[in-house]
Write a protein that binds this ligand. Structure first.
Ligand SMILES: *[C@@H]1O[C@H](CO)[C@@H](O)[C@H](O)[C@H]1NC(C)=O
Ligand SMILES: *[C@@H]1O[C@H](CO)[C@@H](O)[C@H](O)[C@H]1NC(C)=O
Length: 214
């Protein structure tokens, strides 16, 4: 009994290194979907992500409580500012962004749930090797799980618990390393006279971006 087990191990698992928590590339663009357990929200967004400059742009198209919406937002974490961009009338709303920037990464204290192949390992190009991690959210308000590719630490999906929505599921796809048009990470010229809104009640975080202003 021992030998076949050992052989299998030598051929497959033992050759692979144990996965370690990892950081995703500093520049990413692609698309994502967000949906919630309570079915209130579904959204598709194109995203641009610059971890070095701490800037994120989201161009969303979704439904919230059965109403469709579009939402274009630029988050400048360094300046603690966000812009809601309305292209159709060339206006912006400038608002304080009172949250920390969390880079796309698997936290050092995450627990490895396991390694798996999404798709199939039967033929070339049919599968994707991923690692699934779990842990507690930084503010201890619940749990999360994150799936990233073994090679490149590219986000595949994340789940986290929220009080308002239950589990929030984000799936990433069509990710490309780099940002083709870095201009999209600067406020458009017509934003310079943006009206500053200081009376924001709730702090904005990544999660609330998908529920506000609907
Ligand atoms: C959304 O639509 C579905 C199906 O028509 C309905 O059952 C549900 O109550 C609606 N939800 C809200 C929040 O209006
Ligand atoms: C521009 O459009 C946005 C979103 O539809 C709206 O909230 C805002 O009041 C408009 N601004 C002007 C000046 O019309």
């Amino acid at each position: 009994m021992r030998l076949p087990v050992l052989l299998t191990c030598l051929l497959a698992a033992c050759l692979a290194e144990t996965p370690h928590p990892c950081e995703s590339p500093l520049f990413l663009s692609g698309a994502l979907t967000v949906s919630t357990q309570n079915e209130k929200l579904w959204t598709y967004a194109k995203y641009l992500y610059d971890a070095l400059g701490r800037r994120v742009r989201l161009l969303e198209l979704g439904t919230y409580e059965n109403k469709t919406f579009t939402y274009d937002v630029l988050l400048l974490y360094r300046e603690a500012t966000m812009y809601e961009i309305h292209h159709h009338n060339r206006t912006c709303k400038k608002m304080p962004l009172k949250v920390e920037f969390y880079p796309l990464a698997i936290p050092k204290d995450a627990t490895l749930l396991g390694q798996a192949v999404v798709g199939s390992s039967s033929g070339p190009g049919q599968g994707l090797l991923v690692n699934t991690w779990t842990g507690e959210l930084p503010d201890k308000s619940g749990k999360y799980s994150s799936v990233v590719t073994e090679f490149g630490c590219i986000p595949v999906n994340t789940n986290y618990q929220t009080k308002e929505f239950g589990w929030v599921v984000t799936s990433f796809f069509d990710n490309v390393i780099g940002i083709e048009d870095p201009n999209l990470l600067n406020p458009p010229s017509f934003c310079s006279e943006a009206e500053r809104m200081e009376d924001q009640k709730e702090p904005v975080d990544f999660f609330s971006l998908f529920q506000s202003k609907k």
